[in-house]
Design a protein around this ligand. Structure first.
Ligand SMILES: *Cc1c(COP(=O)(O)O)cnc(C)c1O
Length: 229
């Protein structure tokens, strides 16, 4: 299957799931998770209409952003875990960072954004399955990180992100997605704010994620094909 056909299929599935959750496809961002994929495939996806791409590593992302800088309407997101010493570059290059998960990183992102006069949009990544190996703030520490982030002048909190524990069965992801949505709603009440985004769902479970309220789904292999590691 070509990337164009993959995207068409993804959009059809996404539209059905959006309807199930009482929403429109246009309210959902299909983000191409383009890590390890070559520039040519990103251009193919662009030509098929995709405008949002997410990279995992700052340096790899920057190389692609530079190579594609004439494609001015691409939205570049950082979706992978972020080391504090790369915050400077992340702020310079990425529109939305999905992986804020600790106060020290909020400090650094805010400081670097201030230096270049940018208000940096961020999502807080939640370790929703409480897995040892995963990035993300623990659910019990989330409120404290939200409060901390909201005080930062140069950070703009737009929502939450999660990667549920891996499972062959996509229905296993559903309770985790529902839990992230509940956490978002709790935060909106407690802090009297609106959080427009829930970034959740990947190749194998994005339809379930949309049913549970995802506004951004991050799709890699199903869109681009297998990755070249
Ligand atoms: C790789 C990756 C994805 C996409 O994974 P697929 O299973 O290939 O769709 C989504 N989100 C993050 C954070 C990733 O690292």
């Amino acid at each position: 299957m070509s990337i164009k056909e993959n995207i068409k299929q993804i959009l059809e599935i996404a539209e059905k799931s959006a309807k199930k959750s009482g929403r429109n496809l246009k309210d959902i961002i299909i983000l191409g998770a383009s890590k390890t994929q070559p520039i040519e495939k990103i251009i193919d996806a662009y030509n098929a209409g995709l405008r949002y791409f997410g990279e995992n590593r700052v340096q790899e992302g920057i190389n692609k952003i530079e190579a594609l800088k004439n494609y001015k309407d691409i939205h570049w997101h950082l979706i992978g875990g972020l080391q504090t010493n790369k915050a400077k570059y992340a702020v310079k290059y990425f529109e939305l960072i999905h992986s804020l998960d600790r106060k020290s990183l909020a400090d650094e992102l805010d400081k670097r954004a201030k230096k270049i006069n940018k208000i940096q949009d961020v999502l807080i990544e939640v370790n929703i399955g409480k897995e040892e190996s995963k990035y993300g703030v623990k659910p019990e520490d989330l409120n404290s990180l939200v409060e901390y982030t909201l005080k930062k002048e140069n950070l703009n909190l737009l929502g939450l992100m999660c990667i549920p524990p891996y499972s062959e069965n996509k229905e296993d992801s559903r309770p985790y997605f529902a839990r992230l949505r509940d956490l978002k709603e709790d935060i909106e009440k407690e802090f009297n704010i609106q959080l427009p985004h829930l970034s959740m769902g990947m190749s194998n479970d994005f339809d379930i994620a949309i049913e549970e309220g995802a506004t951004i789904v991050r799709i890699g292999t199903r869109l681009f094909g297998e990755r070249n590691y």
